[in-house]
Design a protein around this ligand. Structure first.
Ligand SMILES: NC(=O)c1ccc[n+]([C@@H]2O[C@H](COP(=O)([O-])OP(=O)(O)OC[C@H]3O[C@@H](n4cnc5c(N)ncnc54)[C@H](OP(=O)(O)O)[C@@H]3O)[C@@H](O)[C@H]2O)c1
Length: 329
């Protein structure tokens, strides 16, 4: 079978597409024929050795997949050969087959494509955990989302609306803001001029946002701390801009606000039942039409480098997906 391999840290072009032996399902595992694997910013960081975890070489990027069960390992219940499943894999998705712990997979809802199913685990899982468990977002509160047309950002816009918040989407271009608007954002801020704080103040009558969702970091973070409302919660999601900001703790005192860390992968591994319940709710929102993951672009497996480059070069709108097999008709 074919797999994209990272044999040494480097840019997307340093990866190779090679034939490798097909994996076999061990105890408690499923063997999947992969149909699609969504790209996430951590894939970009991982191949460059900049992510918090470093898998042993060679590894395939791709931390979430959708596919069909090709074999069921010893002791697995609830899955059969032929089932359509999706879920988070950590690594390994950019390959024709993968073995995964059965507990990490879920059955695909009726009517969902493989491409969409591959793109829902990390982004919606992260954003729902952030807004529900970490921010306790309440109906009627104002939610400001940075990087609002990116993977986790667009999911936060949709979920924030579904939870009854007034959503201000902030992004770096008109095209990105149009995608956030289509996903339900109430107000839009273009921060391509580096200005955020005064625009947030203008839209909130000087009060600031109750919850700020920040997957961008860098220089905008300081403005987030100055745009948060009294008793607000600033969610630290990630640092796509590259720099890890410092927190001015005097502002935490002055605003009586909270700066809240979000690490979905670690939480979902520690609190499996709560994470499963969150996902049941996410799928209910999908079935009722209140969320609908936007697939901005699909690439064939052989075009993995461009798929990764869309994220590293700040081009992606919604989710970028590597399609491994054609969608069945
Ligand atoms: N905490 C967690 O559990 C968790 C889980 C998943 C992902 N994350 C993190 O969340 C962040 C976003 O991940 P994602 O998969 O949603 O990525 P993405 O789709 O590429 O979105 C990232 C957004 O960041 C903004 N950005 C600003 N400067 C950028 C730069 N120099 N390069 C690229 N993007 C830049 C872009 O929006 P604008 O152009 O509009 O500014 C872009 O839409 C990453 O830092 C990732 O590690 C965290």
């Amino acid at each position: 079978m074919k797999a994209v391999l990272c044999k040494a840290f480097g840019p997307p072009e340093s990866l190779v597409l090679e034939d490798v032996p097909a994996p076999e399902a061990g105890p408690s595992e499923l063997l999947l024929d992969v149909y699609a694997s969504a790209v996430n910013f951590p894939d970009v960081l991982m191949i460059e050795g900049k992510y918090q975890s470093r898998p042993p070489f060679p590894f395939s990027p791709g931390q979430e997949v959708a596919g069909v069960v090709a074999a069921v390992g010893e002791g697995v219940t609830g899955f059969s050969v032929g089932d359509r499943v999706f879920g988070g894999t950590g690594v390994g998705g950019f390959a024709e087959q993968i073995t995964v712990p059965a507990g990490a997979m879920r059955h695909m809802p009726a009517g969902m494509s493989f491409v969409q199913a591959s793109a829902i685990s990390t982004t919606y899982g992260t954003s729902y955990y952030a807004l529900k468990q970490r921010a306790a977002l309440q109906p009627g509160e104002t939610l400001l989302v940075l990087g609002a047309a990116g993977g986790v950002g667009l999911a936060a816009v949709e979920l924030g609306k579904a939870m009854g918040a007034r959503v201000i989407a902030a992004a770096s271009s008109a095209e990105k803001l149009a995608a956030a608007k289509a996903a339900g954002a109430d107000e839009l801020i273009d921060y391509s001029d580096g200005e955020l704080k005064d625009k947030v103040k203008n839209l909130t009558g000087g009060r600031g946002a109750d919850v700020i969702y920040d997957p961008v970091g860098g220089e905008l973070f300081d403005q987030c701390m100055r745009s948060i409302a009294w008793y607000g919660r600033v969610l630290v999601i990630g640092f796509a801009a590259g720099d890890i900001p410092r927190v001015p703790i005097n502002l935490i005192l002055l605003k009586s606000c909270q700066v809240v860390g979000v690490f979905y992968g670690a939480w979902s591994a520690r609190f499996r039942d709560e994470a499963a319940e969150n996902f049941r709710e996410i799928l209910d929102l999908y079935r009722s039409g209140r969320i609908n993951p936007l697939i901005g672009r699909e690439y064939p497996l052989a075009d993995y480098a461009n798929a990764l480059r869309d994220l590293s070069e700040r081009r992606a709108i919604g989710k970028v997906v590597v399609r491994v097999r054609p969608e069945p008709v």
